[in-house]
Design a protein around this ligand. Structure first.
Ligand SMILES: [Zn+2]
Ligand SMILES: [Zn+2]
Length: 390
């Protein structure tokens, strides 16, 4: 529980509390009034974080509402920060940039050429979102997204994880150098970024929830099967009872037949109501909240790549990140860009997913979804958008 103790010690220290470590794995806290009120502690509190508590300590752990109380104390602080990544040791740029670029660039209808390479400072945005999915069960998770606003690229999950690990492990927190900001260039267009975040988040939340959803569907199918079986049995026996009364005559037989018919109808109604209950019980609600953001000023090696398609040319920037020794993927003007393959459009040389230039399913006309909305310019039918995940 060392990490929790360190976090609590830092938080209380920033709130003006006096802290003294006490063994095993505890803290003595002399708390100011604000902390006492938020946490419900006396002025002098002894906290214990491990399985073994110091004498007279109050156990603090992840269970119960401790995290909520610390969250209240923390408020909105720490939600957004800027920091500079400084390499502990210099890292030489790759000696074979073309080969590295070949590893990330797969242009299906255009050629490219490396035009320039130089060290730069860039601005990466790392954002954390928490999702909560609730149906008959509940699942929570945290998703991190990364963007390089200097190149417009969405960083791969693996790269984001490695950057975060690097920042979390023994790297000193440094505020951005005043020169880093102008070097990193202007921040990117907020509306474009918001759309990319939305599409990517949607994809990642669905991917994370895939197993949860499949397990939920299995339980739903099982319950529907049970309800169906139970009511089918009831219905069968009611129908058999009614059939056995078929040939009987007289007022009593007529009343019995009517009663069995009503039973059959009641079983059908009950079955429908039970299915409705199940639908309600298994209805899925997913809530996604932004929790944290970090602007990271990071040194990169920037490659300017000239892309040629027919008579058009465009220069795109692709960064190699020395901190994690990885080349980022090229930007993607339309689609999530999860695959390496890109198509380049004729008019504006947009880089898109393959689906971003796909032919219209109705009339066969191919067009660039980054240039125009998802409506086919020829027959005006709307194609499904891969940026909006199905
Ligand atoms: Zn285009
Ligand atoms: Zn069409």
């Amino acid at each position: 529980m060392g990490a929790l103790r360190d976090f609590v010690a830092d938080l209380l220290d920033s709130e003006g509390a006096l802290i003294e470590p006490v063994e095993p794995d505890g803290l003595d806290v002399l708390a100011p009034e604000k902390v006492r009120n938020a946490m419900g502690w006396p002025e002098l509190a002894r906290l214990g974080f491990g399985a073994q508590l110091p004498l007279g300590a109050m156990p603090i752990g992840l269970e119960g509402d401790w995290l909520d109380r610390f969250g209240t104390l923390l408020g909105d602080r720490g939600r957004f920060a800027e920091r500079q990544l400084v390499l502990p040791v210099p890292v030489a740029a790759p000696g074979d940039p073309e080969r590295r670029l070949n590893g990330v660039l797969d242009l299906r209808n255009a050629i490219w050429r490396l035009r320039d390479a130089r060290p730069m400072m860039t601005r990466c945005l790392l954002l954390a979102f928490r999702y909560t999915a609730t149906s008959d069960e509940r699942r929570e998770g945290l998703i991190w997204l990364g963007f390089n606003t200097g190149t417009g690229a969405a960083l791969e999950d693996d790269m984001v994880d490695r950057l975060r690990q690097l920042l979390a492990n023994n790297m000193e927190w440094l505020a951005p150098d005043p020169e880093a900001r102008p070097q990193a260039g202007p921040a990117c267009d907020a509306s474009i970024l918001a759309e990319r975040i939305r599409a990517r988040l949607d994809h990642l939340v669905r991917r994370d929830l895939d197993y949860f959803l499949r397990a939920m569907r299995r339980r739903l199918d099982r319950d529907c099967g049970r309800v169906h079986e139970y009511h089918a049995d009831l219905r069968r026996s009611a129908l058999t009872a009614r059939a056995s009364l078929q040939s009987a005559t007289g007022e009593k037989a007529e009343a019995d037949r009517k009663r069995e018919s009503m039973r059959v109808a009641a079983i059908a109604r009950e079955y429908a109501a039970k299915l409705d209950d199940l639908r309600h019980n298994y209805a899925l609600r997913v809530k996604v909240d932004w929790v944290q953001g970090l602007v990271l000023f990071a040194p990169v090696h920037r490659y300017e790549v000239l892309i040629r398609r027919r008579k058009g040319e465009r220069i795109v920037a692709i960064d190699w990140h020395p901190a994690v020794r990885m080349m980022e993927p090229p930007l993607c003007d339309w689609g999530l860009g999860l695959e390496r393959a890109r198509l380049v459009c004729d008019d504006h040389l947009h880089l898109t997913d393959l689906a971003g230039q796909a032919p219209c399913p109705s009339c066969g006309k191919a067009w660039c979804r980054a240039c125009q909305d998802p409506t086919c310019p020829r027959c005006k039918r709307t194609a499904p958008s891969s940026a909006k995940i199905q």
